[in-house]
Structures are given as C-alpha cells and as structure tokens.
Design a protein around this ligand. Structure first.
Ligand code: NAI
Length: 308
C-alpha cells in the first residue's frame, strides 16, 4: 500500500527544483534554460572559481537572449537577466545542493568511475522519489548506475542535451531496463516544460543522434582519405544536396576531433554490439590531426584553418 501511495504521489510530482552538477559548457546551459523557464536551479561545481565561470557563461548568454527579446529597452534587458540569474543559486557542496531537488542532472567530466562515485553519494543525499539523470554522451547509463540500489535505479535515466544547450531543441531521454515509466514520463514532462523536444530511446551506444552521426562523420573522413573530393566540396554537397545545416567537416571541427576520436575508439574497443565494427575504426587522418593538437574550432585548426 505504501508503495502504491508513494508511486501515486511520485507520478503526480511536477519537477520544480533542478540541481545541476558541473557548471561547464553543458551544465551552465542546462541551468540557464531551466531558470529561464522559471525553475529553481542549484548549480554545483568543485570550487568557487568553476561556479563563477559557470555563472559568467550564463549571464553572457542571457544578455544575448535579452538583446533579441527586448531590442531597444536596456532596462527590460537587465531586469530579465537579473530575474533569471536570481533563480540560480550555487554551492560547492553536492550533498547540500541536491537536498531539495526534484531532479538532479549530472554534467561533469566524461569518466565512468568519477560519475559512479558521484551518484553513489548523491543518491543518498537527494530526496526519495527525485529523478537522477546523467548528461553523458558516450557512457552506458546502466554502467553509471552500477553502485545504486534497485529503487534508485528505477529513477535513474539519461537526459542528453546538445551543445549549445540554449539553441539546440532536442533532449534525448534515455531509459534503462530498470527505469520506471513514471521516471521517464516525468523527465519527458520536464523537457517539454523547459521548451525542448524529447526523444525517448533505449540505453544503447550513441543513443539516436550520435549513433547515426558518427558513422556518417567517419565515412566522410574516409571519402576525403580516398581522395574522392575535398572537405569543402563534401561539405557543400551535403549542405546543398542533403539539406544539412552544416557539412560533416564543419560539424567535426565544431564538435572537436578529440571528442570524436574518444567516442569511436571507445565503441570500437568495448561498445555494446559495436565492438570491432569497422565503421568505428579511427582513421589515419583523424589520428594525425588529434596527435598534432588540431582539434577543430577550439584550437583554431582541424580539417579547416580558423586562425585567419
Ligand atoms: P566541461 O569540462 O565544460 O564541464 C565540466 C564541469 O564539471 C567543470 O566545470 C568541472 O569543474 C565540473 N566537475 C568535474 N568534476 C566534478 C565533480 N566531481 N563534481 C562537480 N563538478 C565537477 O564539460 P562539458 O562539455 O560541459 O561536458 C559535461 C558532460 O556533458 C560530459 O559527460 C559530456 O559527455 C556531456 N556532454 C557534452 C556535450 C558537449 O558537446 N560538450 C554534449 C552532450 C553531452
């Protein structure tokens, strides 16, 4: 009876209070969109400098939004920024940060052991019935959940946002076999409440978007290596012939070649159902660029040169 009651209470619970762990590129974007849609947000990071940096990203991004929203009204712009920022509090103490949370979204470093340790302690500190989620791009959700109890696993899911979070409309809601329908439903409702569109999928490598993008990116590199066409011509072809907003090499440079190599190497050596799949063998060209530190837009050079 207690179980039925708590599941009833639980399924009716809207998500108002969000805690984001990790205020880097992704975490600060997630905090921003949730606070913009009137959620109470707590942002957690390892030290005050990281939190200040995260808040800096958020206010800079909000100022850009405000400029578009309130074109010539400087007062309305600054009020908007102030109001949204006032919904975000920060702390370096994860246990305290999650104590009131309806939903916890983790966006820390992409390392399985660090994420497992974090969730082992967070799951004890977060309220009963709260949803626990990881924003991981490449790690299996069920592997991150290993240290959790069966009850905790039932409310553990993936919430995979896209970069840059304020602009990208999609959030993949990743369900493990252990996840409850209520947890998935509540997460879907939250995604809609922050103005994004959910796509629910099973816990499989790359979920939907990256599972389809990575083979496409790797095959683009192999076309270049076989000297079929230049990077520029392949990009032009896919933009104008397939209607993609960016060509594969523009996208590779934007995502970061180190990230792409990290993902395909991981899948090739141990991806569930992908291990040894030739689509994911890294390529000579990709290895060479990464080895020389040409990681794409962020280093000023990748497949293209951004230094000029
Ligand atoms: P980032 O390096 O910009 O930010 C990570 C933040 O987490 C840093 O501020 C760091 O100080 C903090 N952090 C590290 N360990 C922590 C801990 N134990 N407790 C609290 N804070 C901690 O990384 P980014 O790009 O934001 O990625 C974060 C996660 O999001 C990763 O799991 C990544 O796979 C995923 N992701 C990244 C995307 C991207 O395009 N960058 C896209 C979708 C998902």
């Amino acid at each position: 009876a207690t179980r039925a009651l708590s599941s009833r209470l639980y399924s009716s619970a809207a998500i108002n209070r969000l805690t984001v762990i990790g205020g880097g590129q992704m975490g600060s974007g997630i905090a921003q969109v949730a606070a913009t849609s009137k959620h109470d947000v707590t942002l957690v990071d390892v030290n005050q400098e990281a939190l200040d940096r995260g808040k800096g990203y958020i206010s800079k991004s909000l100022k850009r939004v405000a400029k578009k929203k309130f074109a010539d009204d400087a007062k309305a712009q600054s009020e908007f920024v102030e109001q949204v920022m006032s919904r975000i509090r920060t702390t370096t103490n994860p246990a305290e940060g999650v104590a009131q949370a309806d939903l916890v979204v983790e966006a820390i470093v992409e390392n399985i052991k660090v994420k497992q340790d974090l969730f082992a302690s967070l799951a004890k500190a977060a309220p009963e019935g709260s949803i626990l989620a990881s924003n991981t791009s490449s790690l299996p959700i069920k592997a991150i959940a290993t240290p959790l109890t069966a009850e905790q696993k039932a409310r553990f899911i993936g919430l995979h946002f896209f970069n840059p979070v304020p602009q990208m409309k999609l959030v993949e809601v990743v369900r493990t076999e252990e996840a409850s329908q209520e947890a998935v439903d509540n997460a879907v409702a939250f995604v809609k409440a922050i103005g994004k569109s959910p796509a629910v999928c099973k816990d499989t490598p790359g979920f939907i978007v990256n599972r389809l993008l990575l083979p496409y990116m790797m095959e683009s590199i192999r076309l270049l290596e076989r000297d079929v066409a230049s990077a520029k011509d392949i990009d032009t072809a896919m933009k104008l012939g397939a209607g993609y907003p960016m060509g594969p090499f523009e996208l590779l440079d934007y995502v970061g070649l180190d990230t792409v190599k990290f993902i395909v190497d991981g899948w090739y050596t141990e991806g569930e159902g992908l291990k040894g799949d030739k689509q994911f063998v890294s390529s000579g060209k990709l290895n060479e660029l990464v080895k020389n530190g040409h990681l794409g837009v962020k280093t000023g050079r990748g497949f293209y040169d951004y230094s000029k």
